[in-house]
Design a protein around this ligand. Structure first.
Ligand code: HEC
Length: 381
């Protein structure tokens, strides 16, 4: 580069004054460029090299334990499976407040005093550059889970959702969901429901419902547009005791799409639409459903503390038979992180039938969620 500049300068030097003006301009440009460049200690890379390399290593994989002198394993920022799941805000909180902000080791120091918010944001941006595979959807697109609307983002979560019917005949149902991410874009899932009911003037009875197995794949995702779209197919198998009211008695296929969209100021929108296609329509009707969840996130202590997300869901269900009506439910709810690691979360809501309310009771619904990838049940508090 410099060699070219000197050759060019030498060529310009010959024809006199006009050339020297051009030369001065060029020198000014180069000086400006260099000055701008030398001011770059604020760039993420410079911050990283000054403050983080000693432990995290030039390549982002973490220095050898023998070199750093502590046992706590260092994260590998080049591992996309780990690095892409994390939200920039969570990493920034760890850098500002130190490891304990997210239930990590205090060996990870706090830089909130030494670095400005801008420097921390740029070093977190730089951490992103260690993973170079764009096929992994970014953690920012992992929106807070709603009570009913399925997320588009692939997860490693275990979720137990419980619903209580408030009016008689009383009933309680519980759904155990096990999700396993099998690649950058693919996830499998098993759902086992339990139901306990108290029919009129009888005692409580319970049983296992229909087991559901599903496969979901991310079709498109982009952080710039802030959106993620997935398609899935679920098979609901007739494992429940139909005679006692605990199952459909028929296999039902449920293809659906799920879409998540980030909105300005921590807002978000999630949408899911699908079909219920029983293999025998004698036993269960064909139906379509669509669900929307919208809400906004709030982080305590300017992003370093607990995360809250109030949302409202609108659920619609319509059987295919002619004259069938769309049943609407509204579900206001509050999603909140319980552990500092934010991998244990809860959501509480009320499912309120909005039309054709006969025989449809208000339900209290809540779930407990464990993101197994981020840590064990007892870690990160
Ligand atoms: C004294 C050593 C040390 C220094 C210096 C250090 N870190 Fe760390 N960092 C750690 C350790 C150890 C962990 C893992 C903590 C754990 O897993 O409990 C960690 C974890 C992290 C995490 C959390 C990763 C996750 O699992 O989500 C981030 C982000 C991070 N460091 C960023 C930085 C940045 C950016 C810098 C420089 C500004 C830095 N660290 C400087 C030791 C250090």
């Amino acid at each position: 580069m410099l060699v070219y500049f000197f050759r060019w300068e030498a060529a310009l030097a010959e024809p006199g004054r006009r050339a020297s003006a051009a030369r001065a301009l060029l020198l000014l440009l180069i000086w400006g460029w260099q000055a701008g460049w030398s001011q770059k200690p604020d760039s993420g890379e410079q911050v990283y090299r000054t403050a983080c390399v000693a432990c995290h290593g030039f390549d982002g994989r973490g220095q050898d334990r023998s070199q750093v002198g502590f046992e706590t394993p260092l994260p590998d920022f080049t591992d996309c499976n780990f690095a892409t799941r994390e939200q920039a805000g969570d990493w920034a909180a760890v850098v500002r407040q130190g490891g304990p902000a997210r239930g990590f080791s205090p060996i990870m120091p706090a830089f909130g005093e030494a670095l400005t918010r801008e420097q921390i944001d740029s070093v977190v941006d730089y951490l992103r550059s260690f993973c170079s595979e764009p096929k992994w959807p970014r953690g920012e697109l992992n929106l807070p889970r709603a009570l009913f609307t399925t997320k588009a983002y692939p997860e490693d979560e275990t979720v137990v959702t419980n619903a209580f019917k408030l009016r008689k005949p009383r009933a309680f149902s519980s759904k155990w969901v096990y999700e396993k991410r099998v690649s950058a874009r693919d996830q499998v899932e098993a759902v086992l429901p339990f139901r306990f009911a108290q029919p009129a003037n009888a005692s409580w009875r319970g049983g296992v419902g229909d087991l559901a197995l599903s496969y979901k794949r991310v079709l498109v995702h982009g952080l710039r547009r802030g959106s993620i779209l997935s398609a899935a197919i679920e098979a609901v198998l007739p494992t429940g005791d139909e005679a006692r009211g605990f199952g459909n008695g028929v296999t039902v296929f449920e293809p659906f799409v799920a879409w998540g969209q980030l909105l300005p100021s921590e807002g978000f929108l999630q949408f899911q639409a699908g079909l219920e296609l029983p293999t025998r329509t004698r036993d269960a009707p064909r139906a379509a459903f669509w669900r929307t969840a919208m809400g906004r996130g709030f982080s305590q202590r300017r992003g370093d503390g607990r995360y809250w997300a109030p949302m409202v869901e609108f659920l619609a269900d319509r059987e295919f038979e002619t004259g069938a009506r769309v049943l609407w439910d509204v579900v206001p709810q509050l999603h909140v992180t319980l552990s500092r690691r934010q991998h244990i979360r809860a959501n509480f809501g009320v499912r309120i039938p909005a039309n054709h309310t006969t025989g449809r009771s208000v339900q209290l619904v809540f779930y407990l969620l464990w993101d197994r990838f981020d840590g064990g049940l007892t870690e990160g508090w």
